[in-house]
Design a protein around this ligand. Sequence first.
Ligand SMILES: Cc1cc2nc3c(=O)[nH]c(=O)nc-3n(C[C@H](O)[C@H](O)[C@H](O)COP(=O)(O)OP(=O)(O)OC[C@H]3O[C@@H](n4cnc5c(N)ncnc54)[C@H](O)[C@@H]3O)c2cc1C
Length: 538
Amino acid sequence: MLQLSQCKLSWQEDSFSKLQKKAAKLLGISVEDFTQFTIVKRSLDARKKPNLFVLYTVRFLCRRESEVLKRNRKNKNLTIAKKEPSLWRQIEEIKNPERVAVVGAGPAGLFSAYYLSLCGYSPIVIERGAKMEERHDDILKFWQEGVLKPDSNVAFGEGGAGTFSDGKLNTGVKDKTGRKQFVLQSFVNFGAPEEILYDAKPHIGTDVLQTVITNMRLAMEEKGCQFLFHTKMTKILEENGRVCGVLTQNGEKEETILCERVILAIGHSARDTFELLKKEHITMSQKPFAMGVRVQHRQEDIDRAQYGFNDEKLPASPYKLTGKTTDGRGVYSFCMCPGGYVVNASSEEGGLVVNGMSNADRASGFANSAIVVSVSEEDFEGDDCLAGVALQRKYEKLAYELADGKIPVQRYEDFCNNQPTKALGKVVPCVEGKWRFSNIRLALPNFIINGIIDGMGQFAEKIHEFDHPDTLLLGLESRTSSPVRIERDEDFESVSLAGLYPCGEGAGYAGGIMSAAMDGLRIAMKIQEKKKEESNHA
Ligand SMILES: Cc1cc2nc3c(=O)[nH]c(=O)nc-3n(C[C@H](O)[C@H](O)[C@H](O)COP(=O)(O)OP(=O)(O)OC[C@H]3O[C@@H](n4cnc5c(N)ncnc54)[C@H](O)[C@@H]3O)c2cc1C
């Protein structure tokens, strides 16, 4: 199999047949010579805007392969394709699998349970929130009427925070074992589009994700995995310094689930569970995170700045921005949602948090991203391991009170002038949830206010009019990552309790759908490895 990179098409002529023709031309062969042809990477190159190109890397088999290689030996873009690592090939059914409980049905919990079920285990997934359909209705009701269900919302329920997310699937996590490919291929198997396998910036969209996650659960149930919804883990049971089970609560009903190992994939919003872990002396430490606001622009303005022109056939443009504040902190864009919505993502009564999402078509006409400033342990009040949670809560409460539970909205010019907005300019709120004009500065510490203003100025040098007076700020964005880390050892077990596996974003080992899912896989693989070692010694 050969690989050809830097196969470039102008964006207007982008099609599979044109790509094959282009590759054949570059190689000096005819399209008919290809016996197999697969795209492995695709990206839109706007560096020479307004001349946009689509860059491809392809893998192929062709007639007279060695002759083609020889003839093109000076072409650095043509190589023999390296064999990719595959996790699928490593899956091995285990004899006498043990009982594993997985707490949390977000990407981390789901993928750990999925892998274990493929290896012959029958994991039990404990999820405090509701199943997809019910959760969907709860969230709509919250956005339309403001009635929050503390256990079924944008953060909690089937699929975790990942389900009602934007569904961007990029990650910077280095991976030698094939976990990344495993996650993407699984999503495709459960209904996501094939393009996510090769797009440089893969995206599913919250509408498609809901179907994908439901299909995944159904397949897992067929494999023997058991799901308990509306069921909260309320205690970790231990015997002789080792996990022996968990206590759960479903309404009034308490149940003991005995098991040999517990994967703790609770996400970064399970504050009551963090409290519980602290009480049970599970070692946790403070962790830096970032906080700020969502900013919203018209997508056409972002597209023009990024592409040099507007054309409805082009995808809604993303951006990624980083800068430094005058006091030396990082300020950056986070979770950018082209063609998306700003959503009320609150999960606690009396606190307000926003986030961003989009559907697969990214067609809302607006672009949003969080502009956040780094928050370090020195900003926390005190040494308590949950001091970061306390800081988040303090500002979420202020944001809630500012607009009576609705999303506070402010024009950027008014934010700079420290006055509430009274009328909109060219950007109108594109939100899921109710909103109200406010002065968001009243819900932010000074270092964040100054950091946002520093950042907006720097970002306007990269994206024309990023700091336009009418740009909207919507707050508060405080749940960028976990403010706490649940410490684990080299075998990924809690340093204070054997058999307990802190996992995913809430435990501080991931930041996004892909990295959370990959962390879940890493733990499942470790459990499988240990079990195999034990069987070999028996
Ligand atoms: C609106 C929004 C948009 C986002 N967009 C993106 C994006 O585009 N791309 C991206 O990569 N990331 C995105 N994220 C972040 C991403 O969703 C998270 O990083 C990811 O879901 C973390 O996965 P996780 O499995 O570690 O935790 P979570 O997804 O948070 O799942 C944890 C689960 O544990 C359950 N739980 C907690 N405590 C208990 C308990 N005691 N008992 C039982 N169950 C419990 C919760 O109900 C929850 O379902 C977004 C998040 C949000 C909210």
